[in-house]
Every structure is written in structure tokens, then in C-alpha cells.
Design a protein around this ligand. Structure first.
Ligand code: GDP
Ligand code: MG
Length: 207
């Protein structure tokens, strides 16, 4: 996708203040420090559109970027930051659950997982919520530049085991019945730019 214009339309905390323009949106979600800001900068080919932070867990707002005047790319707050209290964690879970369930204009979620680690408990809870809400999602395995080929394969195997009974495979590929995978994934790197085109293609297909 060619980015002709990009505008941060609003920064909101509260679901009731989410934009009501009716434009379709794709959200980007992941735990703190997963590389979300770096990925957004890569997607937008700009340095520091989304702040790359050494202090995870600070951003609690939801940022609505209008892309090409046509759709929103929604930057959700990072979750799972260790120093966040149980109450804050649960409040975040509630906001996200409500958002996934009730936001009609939400047509897909780009869900980031650190490729070097197993999904966290919060990641798994989010997968479940996405499946329950019947939202399309793309799993983006971040920081892939830090992985060897063999590590990639075992990461994919681990992911498969979490989605028993659900077809999962590389974004753009087909399952044994010739259908697109129910849960597509892609490796990405903010260092090499890997994954960028696949992610944009997936987004473009949802809006
Ligand atoms: N090697 C490598 N490091 C990355 C990548 N993406 C992010 N990082 C680093 O991971 C840390 C957290 O990144 P950031 O984008 O702020 O994560 P966020 O909290 O999810 O927004 C920073 O030190 C980044 O430089 C990547 O693709 N490869
Ligand atoms: Mg960030």
C-alpha cells in the first residue's frame, strides 16, 4: 500500500470517545516492548511517528491514525507490563474485550508477539478474545532479525500447538483445502523491514 497521507486524528482513553466517522479500522495490539512502535514506524516509513520507548507501559491511550483519508490504523495500548497493577491490568482487559466485541468498524487486528519468546498469558487471552469476537487477525512475530532459521521453525511449531483445530500458516498461503489460513502469521523486523509488505497487503484486504 502506498501511504499518501497519514494523520494522527485522535488520542483517546475512553471507549465512549472513540471516533464515530464509520471509517473501517485495523488495530495493532501487543504486549509492552513487543516492538509495536517500531513496527508502526516501519509501516509508515517514518522515524518516530510512534515513539519508540525504553520505558514500556507508559502509553495508556488509543491512537487513531487516519491513513490516506480512508481508514484508521488504531494503536492500542501495550499490555502485560509487569509493573502495572492487577486492577489496571484487569481494566485494560475489559476495555479491550469491549472494543473487540462491540466495535463494528473494526475489521481486523494485527496482533504482535515477540518471535523470541512463547506467547505470554496475556497474548493467549487475547487470541481467545479475538476468536470469540470472530475478528480476523494476523499474528506478527516481531524482532525476527534476532532469530535463526531453526528458531523460526520451532516458534511456528509452538504457535501451532496453541491453535489446535484451527488452520494456521504463513499469511498469503493456503491450507490443504486451498483456503486461506484461518490464522495467518508473518515474521517481521523493524531492523530489516521484513514482513512490511505482507502486513500492508493483509491490512489492505480488510479495509
Ligand atoms: N532487533 C530488533 N529490535 C527491535 C525490533 N523492534 C523493536 N525492537 C526493540 O525493542 C524495544 C521495544 O521497542 P518498541 O517499538 O518501543 O516496543 P513497544 O513497547 O511495543 O512500542 C526497543 O529497544 C526496540 O529498539 C526489531 O524488529 N528487531
Ligand atoms: Mg510503544
Amino acid at each position: 500500500m502506498k501511504i499518501k497521507s497519514l494523520e494522527l486524528e485522535s488520542t483517546v482513553l475512553d471507549y465512549s470517545k472513540f471516533p464515530r466517522s464509520g471509517m473501517p479500522e485495523v488495530a495493532v495490539s501487543g504486549r509492552s516492548n513487543v516492538g509495536k512502535s517500531s513496527l508502526l514506524n516501519t509501516l509508515f516509513t517514518r522515524k518516530n511517528i510512534a515513539r519508540v520507548s525504553k520505558e514500556p507501559g507508559k502509553t495508556r491511550t488509543v491512537n487513531f491514525f487516519v491513513v490516506n483519508g480512508k481508514f484508521y490504523l488504531v494503536d492500542l495500548p501495550g499490555y502485560g507490563y509487569a509493573r502495572v497493577s492487577k486492577v489496571q491490568r484487569e481494566s485494560w482487559q475489559r476495555v479491550i474485550a469491549g472494543y473487540l466485541r462491540h466495535r463494528e468498524t473494526l475489521s481486523g487486528v494485527v496482533q504482535l508477539v515477540d518471535a523470541r519468546h512463547d506467547p505470554t498469558r496475556d497474548d493467549l487471552m487475547l487470541f481467545q478474545r479475538l476468536i470469540d469476537a470472530e475478528k480476523d487477525f494476523l499474528i506478527v512475530l516481531t524482532k525476527a532479525d534476532k532469530l535463526k532459521r531453526s528458531q523460526r521453525a520451532s516458534q511456528v511449531a509452538a504457535l501451532r500447538s496453541y491453535f489446535a483445530g484451527i488452520s494456521i500458516g504463513p499469511a498469503g498461503g493456503k491450507d490443504e483445502n486451498g483456503e486461506p489460513f484461518e490464522v495467518p502469521f508473518v515474521f517481521s523486523s523493524a531492523v530489516t523491514g521484513e514482513g512490511k509488505d505482507v502486513i500492508w497487503k493483509w491490512i489492505a484486504e480488510r479495509i
